[in-house]
Design a protein around this ligand. Structure first.
Ligand code: ZN
Length: 273
C-alpha cells in the first residue's frame, strides 16, 4: 500500500498543481457530474493525516442511492469516476466477458498481439519491429473470434497472413494447416533470398538461388559454398561462388555489391520470381 506521501509523488503533475489551487480556492461543484458521480453538497475542508487540508464534497453514484464523500481534486482530475463500481465492473468483464480465456484461439490471439506489440517478445523482431500490426478491430478479442468462426477456424489450423509483409487484419488473413503455413514460409524464403553466381571447375558460369539444392546436385557441401561467398576460402573443389543479389521479405536489397533487378543477367532474373 502507498502511504499518502508516496501517493502524491506518483500523482500526475497537473493534479498536483490543481491540488494546491483547490486548497486555496473554494470551487463550486454543486450538481456537476463527474463520471457516474453527481455532486450533491457544498465543498468542505477536511484534514488528511500527514498531508494537510483537502476539499471534499458529498456525491451520489449512479449505481445506488448512497451518498459518499469524495476529494474534489480527484473528481476534477478524473481519477475518481464512480463509487468504485466502474472498476469492479471492468474487472468482472475482463474475467467473464467471453469465457474463452483458456481456449486455443484465445492463446493465438494473445500471441499474435504479443509478437506485434510487445518488444520483449522473442519474435517481436519478425513482426512488431518490421511494422506488422494487429488491426484496431482485432484488438477486441471478440471481433477476432467472430471473424475466425466465420472464416473456417478449426483447432488444427494456424493463422496465416496472405501477404507476409501485411498486417493482421480480416482481408489479409486466413486459417490454413500448419504444414501449409511452413511450406509457404519456406517457399517465400527461397524465392526472396539470394542469387548466387557460380563458375565451375571447367569455367562454365550460371546462377542458382538454393545453395542446398545446388550442392546436392553437384556433390558439394553447401557450407563450403557459403564459405566461398563469404570469402573465408578462395575456391572450393575448383568452384567459385558469389552472391550477386540478396533480398529480404520486403524485396529490398539488403547487402552485397548488388545490382537492380533489371540489371541482373537475363539467366538469373527468373530466380527472383
Ligand atoms: Zn457506483
Amino acid at each position: 500500500m502507498l502511504t499518502g506521501k508516496a501517493k502524491v509523488k506518483t500523482m500526475p503533475i497537473l493534479c498536483q498543481v490543481f491540488n494546491s489551487f483547490v486548497r486555496k480556492n473554494k470551487i463550486e461543484v454543486l450538481h456537476i457530474k463527474y463520471g457516474r458521480l453527481t455532486v450533491i453538497g457544498e465543498v468542505y475542508y477536511k484534514k488528511i493525516k500527514n498531508f494537510g487540508n483537502y476539499q471534499f464534497v458529498k456525491a451520489k453514484c449512479d449505481c445506488d442511492d448512497n451518498i459518499r464523500e469524495y476529494r474534489v481534486d480527484q473528481l476534477k482530475c478524473g481519477n475518481t469516476k464512480s463509487c468504485g463500481c466502474l472498476s469492479r465492473e471492468k474487472a468482472a468483464q475482463r474475467m467473464t466477458k467471453h469465457g474463452l480465456s483458456g481456449t486455443r484461439i484465445y492463446s493465438i490471439w494473445k500471441d499474435m498481439r504479443k509478437r506485434c506489440n510487445n518488444s520483449n517478445s522473442s519474435t517481436y523482431k519478425y513482426y512488431g519491429r518490421k511494422g506488422i500490426k494487429v488491426c484496431d478491430e482485432w484488438n477486441d478479442f471478440m471481433n477476432f473470434y467472430n471473424w475466425s468462426m466465420k472464416n473456417g477456424y478449426a483447432d488444427e489450423l494456424t493463422i496465416d497472413r496472405v501477404d507476409s509483409s501485411g498486417n493482421y487484419e480480416p482481408n489479409n488473413c486466413r486459417w490454413i494447416t500448419k504444414s501449409k503455413n511452413i511450406a509457404k514460409r519456406n517457399k517465400e524464403n527461397i524465392r526472396i533470398t539470394r542469387v548466387y553466381k557460380y563458375t565451375s571447375p571447367d569455367y562454365k558460369t550460371g546462377y542458382f538461388n538454393n545453395a542446398a539444392e545446388f550442392a546436392r546436385n553437384n556433390n558439394l557441401c553447401s557450407k563450403r559454398i557459403y564459405d566461398v561467398c563469404n570469402k573465408k576460402i578462395k575456391q572450393y573443389k575448383g568452384w567459385h561462388f558469389e552472391i550477386i543479389k540478396e533480398l529480404n521479405k520486403g524485396q529490398e536489397t539488403i547487402s552485397r555489391e548488388s545490382t537492380q533487378e533489371d540489371e541482373l543477367p537475363v539467366e538469373a532474373q527468373g530466380l527472383l520470381c
